[in-house]
Write a protein that binds this ligand. Structure first.
Ligand SMILES: [Zn+2]
Length: 262
């Protein structure tokens, strides 16, 4: 899928988690619902950091370009080092390491760990990265016509304001993990990456999200539904069917999160 569909599916997923959390007796304070939705929308672009032309690889100027080149090489190396007998050798790393659930969990754990270890500055950095990505993903072409610097300013301002809101007593710094403020920040990051892999798996090329589980002689088996249910990335299904569905389901999740709260 393309950037906007990935971001909308991420937003929808966190709103769904909001409804489920209310139902399970851990209702999210509204800032957690809002901030988590934006983080998840941004995090749903992150796996494509293995491709130098992806939205995320252009989002932070030369810095993200260099990082994307490195991630591509790292992914290709891990792919070739761990491939099964039926996995073909590859030179590029797109849709491999960063498109696995192990990567998703490690990435989220890294951000949660940073929030626990470094506190406010790690929270601000996490929010900044994901707000810039959320703007790029959700506003897409509208973000493209404005300059990168404006998007970064918007991301930085939003991050600063949201960090202040979360920090107010009762606003959710301690949601779910009472003793570890902001430990929950990794959750929308894990979820965003997983939702991205699911989105890619319904396109023609599939997604090897269960690496390194061996499937049919391959450790990088491109999983997905039967081929008649798959579509080409950017096809009309994505814009005309999936994206409206994500908006409706996300709205239902948001309403559910409110109604189910005790
Ligand atoms: Zn992808």
């Amino acid at each position: 899928m393309m950037g906007p569909a990935h971001s909308l599916s991420g937003a929808m997923a966190w709103l769904g988690v909001g409804a489920a959390a209310s139902w399970a007796g851990h209702p999210m304070p509204w800032p957690v619902l809002v901030v988590g939705t934006l983080i998840c929308a941004g995090a749903a672009l992150a796996p494509d950091l293995d491709h130098k032309n992806a939205t995320i690889s252009r989002a932070f100027g030369p810095l993200s370009k260099i990082l994307a080149g490195f991630i591509d090489k790292l992914s290709a190396a891990v792919y070739n080092a761990t491939r099964g007998p039926k996995d073909r050798r590859r030179s590029g790393g797109h849709r491999t390491l960063t498109h696995t659930w192990i990567w998703a969990v490690l990435l989220g754990a890294g951000f949660s760990g940073a929030a626990i270890a470094f506190g406010r500055w790690a929270v601000l950095a996490t929010l900044f990265i994901h707000m810039v990505l959320a703007v790029e993903g959700l506003l897409w072409r509208m973000a493209r016509v404005s300059s990168d610097v404006l998007v970064w300013l918007l991301g930085a301002t939003t991050a600063w304001i949201l960090a202040g809101v979360l920090n107010e007593p009762g606003n959710g710094a301690n949601w779910l993990f009472a003793d570890e403020p902001y430990a929950w920040l990794g959750l929308p990051i894990v979820l965003g990456a997983i939702v991205h892999t699911l989105g890619d798996s319904i396109t023609i090329s599939g997604c090897p999200m269960l690496w390194p589980l061996p499937i049919a002689g391959r450790r990088w088996y491109p999983l997905g539904p039967p081929s008649f249910m798959r579509f080409r990335a950017g096809a009309w299904v994505e814009n005309k069917v999936l994206m409206p569905a994500f908006v409706i389901l996300g709205a239902a999740g948001g309403i559910g999160a409110g109604l189910l709260a005790p």
